[in-house]
Ligand binder design. Structure first.
Ligand code: TYM
Length: 331
């Protein structure tokens, strides 16, 4: 049995990228492994949200996690800031995290470019906080999208460094994991890059989005004027539409449009119409559930309380042992 942990920052509604990167297939997994799902609200402080936005977004992600099928009785679903042991482990790991290696992390360089007036220490030490999330439960597997690969590499480095420094075999070296062979990157609708909330209006399709809006966004997705030669290589925007279709449609549908593309008879309008309907079908049960769970304040309170207690049981054990290893021992 593996210890599996997955985290999402509360920045708004979950999109298809989050689902395929971090959540797919866990329905079965949560009954076969020790699973932790958490909302990374400490991490969101790097971008200075207002208290109201922070609270609302944490609630939204919690509801969406549940709507996506997490069973809070089987798995442990918790809010990061309900587990201050994470903050303590973050402090301990930071003592062996070096400025040079932190500055080389590509997400740090990206963020520093995007928010030049707010390059705070939290942003620089983001990988140590993420390592603390993972190592606090001594996790083995971390379902994530491709964009988190480097953070996982850092986590392994920190785990190895701690073990070596204290000559122990305490932290496992966790792997990024995505059910298939490869980590996934779900593309956005704007013709380039990944699906993401901050990538611009219309780029992301949300799991709880209403069908009308999904149709509108998908129909506006960037395409080109069509293939001119049989079997030609697909340019990025077209490859992206196919990648989205592979995620939500059945394989016959993908094969049908693939053949049309190869024969130069494809009509992107038809393909996008089909894609929109398939996304709507795929997300339908999710939308219903979000409404239902969101209205149940008692249930939300109960779930967060239970999650905090279960997470604490595992985290306090790790912290107690780590403190002893380091030399913080009672007199
Ligand atoms: P975040 O909140 O940006 O994204 C949450 C998860 O969704 C995945 N993801 C995608 N996967 C495929 N294609 C996409 N277009 C796409 N967009 C997002 C991300 O890879 C991620 O798995 N640092 C993390 C949050 C975090 C965390 C952790 C994750 C904090 N501590 C510990 C795992 C373990 C983040 O910012 O993800």
């Amino acid at each position: 049995m593996s210890i599996v942990l997955s985290g999402i920052r509360p920045t708004g509604n979950l999109h298809l990228g989050n689902y395929f990167g971090a959540l797919r297939n866990f329905k079965k997994m949560q009954y076969e492994n020790e699973c932790y799902f958490f909302i990374a609200d400490y991490h969101s402080l790097t971008t200075h949200p207002t208290p109201a936005d922070l609270h609302g977004n944490v609630r939204q992600v919690l509801v969406e996690y549940l709507a996506a099928g997490i069973d809070p009785e089987a798995a442990t679903l918790y809010i990061q800031s309900d587990l201050p042991e994470t903050a303590e482990l973050y402090l301990l790991l930071n003592m062996n995290a070096y400025k040079g290696e932190l500055e080389r992390v590509s997400t740090f360089k990206d963020k520093a470019r995007k928010q030049p007036d707010n390059i705070n220490a939290g942003l620089l030490t983001y990988p140590s906080l993420m390592a603390a999330d993972i190592l606090i439960h001594r996790s083995h597997k971390v379902p994530v999208g491709k964009d988190q690969e480097q953070h996982l590499e850092m986590t392994r480095t920190f785990a190895r460094r701690f073990n070596r420094l204290y000559d122990v075999d305490f932290f496992p070296e966790p792997v990024a994991y995505n059910f298939g062979e490869e980590l996934v990157k779900i593309p956005g609708l704007d013709g380039s890059g990944k699906m993401g909330k901050s990538e611009g209006e219309g780029n992301a399709v949300f799991l709880a989005e209403d069908p009308k809006s999904i149709r509108k966004k998908v129909m506006r997705a960037v395409t080109d004027s069509g293939p001119t030669e049989m079997n030609q290589k697909k340019p990025e925007p077209i490859e992206n539409i196919f990648a989205l279709m592979k995620a939500v449609s059945n394989p016959d549908t993908v094969a049908f449009f693939d053949e049309q593309y190869n024969k130069c008879t494809i009509r992107y309008g038809d393909m996008k119409k089909q894609l929109a309907e398939d996304i709507i079908n795929f997300t339908e049960p999710f939308r219903e559930k979000v409404k239902e769970i969101s209205a149940d304040e008692d249930y939300i309170r109960k779930v967060t309380k239970m999650g905090a207690e279960k997470a604490h049981a595992s985290a306090s054990k790790t912290i107690k042992e780590a403190r002893e290893i380091i030399g913080f021992r009672p007199f």
